[in-house]
Design a protein around this ligand. Structure first.
Ligand SMILES: Cc1ncc(COP(=O)(O)O)c(C=O)c1O
Length: 376
């Protein structure tokens, strides 16, 4: 079976975990997490204090939203995203306002988002779908015009750049995911990146049950016995075990993972781009993209058929994503997002991970082209 996605780890990660397990004597949040945050900061070229690691990308988004919005506030978000983006907003008491996407890039439709702004709108959450950070200047201009915070859902985007600057090195609040199949993994994990010192302090405390300044104590090997709590917090911190995996993965990103993902995606594009029954999402020209997933659109109504055909031929595929406004929890029964709903019927994600071989990509592309009656 050619897998859709996969955690790609080696002996380096095993040795790093073993060291934490056997030598360090502490598996919780301590030295390894401190070092992982420092290394992410160095990688992105931001201050050490700008990076806060948490237990997942969802936790990162949740703490980011909680830091800027409250019960009754609204956050603009494309419906075409993983359920995490919506859950993170509703968990903080705010309301996710489902926005449409552009048909070419599959990222938030800025004009539609603007039309949904009310006096309760506090933030916009663009999702860098398939590692594609699109229209960032326009998004930040819209935010400035309406005094909105920007929380970038950059779960797919670790290692990517925009106008030669790494995603996470600029902007308001940027959230990454390091779950098992992302561009780098820490097993599970995520990070919030912001230069806003108030937000840094809020999310650092909130990841440790709201205990004020607990992060600093843990990083110096101490505990808080007499402490103060002024805000709701969660057990969202990262453990030393997970950070140890993440540190090894970070070393491999630019040398192994990124070039491999880029090479495989380039082959897919070459083999599929001329097939008129397929549309490949248009990537932002100003961006350097390390693709986390490789979605295509099947334009002739045969998406489900072809999904089954690939499965029968040993190829796993995915559907990223079921639109959130169609889920009972978020449906208001009147929001109709035409482009989003159309794309949902067409989208099909093909296998992409660094353990795939070029011949796997040829095999998958050949199956698709053959099924759709395309010959080069
Ligand atoms: C677009 C998007 N946002 C957020 C997340 C949440 O990340 P995590 O799985 O680390 O909680 C994901 C995870 O797949 C995602 O794809």
């Amino acid at each position: 079976m050619i897998r859709l996605s996969k955690s790609v780890v080696g002996t380096e990660e095993v040795e790093a975990i073993t060291k934490v397990l056997l030598q360090d004597g502490y598996l919780g949040m301590g030295k390894e997490v401190d070092l992982f945050e420092e290394e992410i900061a160095n990688y992105l070229g931001v201050k050490r204090s700008s990076v806060v690691c948490v237990s997942s990308g969802t936790a990162a988004l949740h703490l980011a939203v909680q830091a800027v919005a409250r019960q009754g506030d609204e956050v603009l978000v494309p419906s075409f995203t993983f359920i995490s983006s919506f859950q993170a907003i509703s968990a903080s008491g705010a309301t996710p306002v489902a926005c449409n996407i552009y048909k070419d890039s599959l990222t938030i439709d800025i004009e539609h988002a603007e039309s949904r702004i009310t006096n309760r709108t506090k933030a916009i959450m663009p999702v860098h779908y398939a590692s594609n950070p699109v229209n960032l200047e326009k998004i930040y201009r819209l935010a400035a015009k309406y005094k909105l915070r920007v929380i970038e859902d950059a779960a797919h985007c670790f290692g990517c750049s925009y106008q030669s600057s790494k995603i996470g090195s600029f902007g308001d609040i940027i959230c990454f995911s390091f779950d098992g199949i992302k561009n780098i993994t820490s097993g599970e994990g995520g990070a919030i990146i912001t230069s806003d010192e108030k937000i840094q302090s809020l999310v650092k405390d909130a990841r440790l049950l709201g205990i004020m300044s607990d992060t600093e104590k843990r990083f110096s090997g101490k505990r808080s016995w007499d402490f103060e709590v002024v805000d709701q917090g969660y057990r969202y911190h990262m453990s030393n075990i997970f950070a140890a995996i993440g540190r090894e993965q970070l070393k491999k990103l630019d040398t192994v993972f990124a070039p491999t993902r880029i090479k495989l995606a380039t082959i897919y594009k070459e083999l599929l781009c001329k097939n008129s029954s397929i549309a490949i999402p248009v990537t932002e020209k100003k961006a350097y993209i390390v693709p986390h997933i490789f979605p295509i659109r099947i334009l002739n109504g045969k998406r489900d058929e072809i999904k089954q055909y690939l499965e029968a031929n040993g190829v796993q595929t995915g559907i990223h994503y079921k639109p959130n406004h169609l889920l009972s929890l978020y449906s208001d029964k009147k929001t109709k997002l035409d482009v989003t709903e159309e794309i949902y019927k067409e989208i099909l994600t093909l296998p992409l991970h660094p353990d795939l071989k070029e011949e796997d990509i040829y095999y998958v592309s050949e199956l698709i082209n053959r099924y759709l009656g395309y010959t080069d």
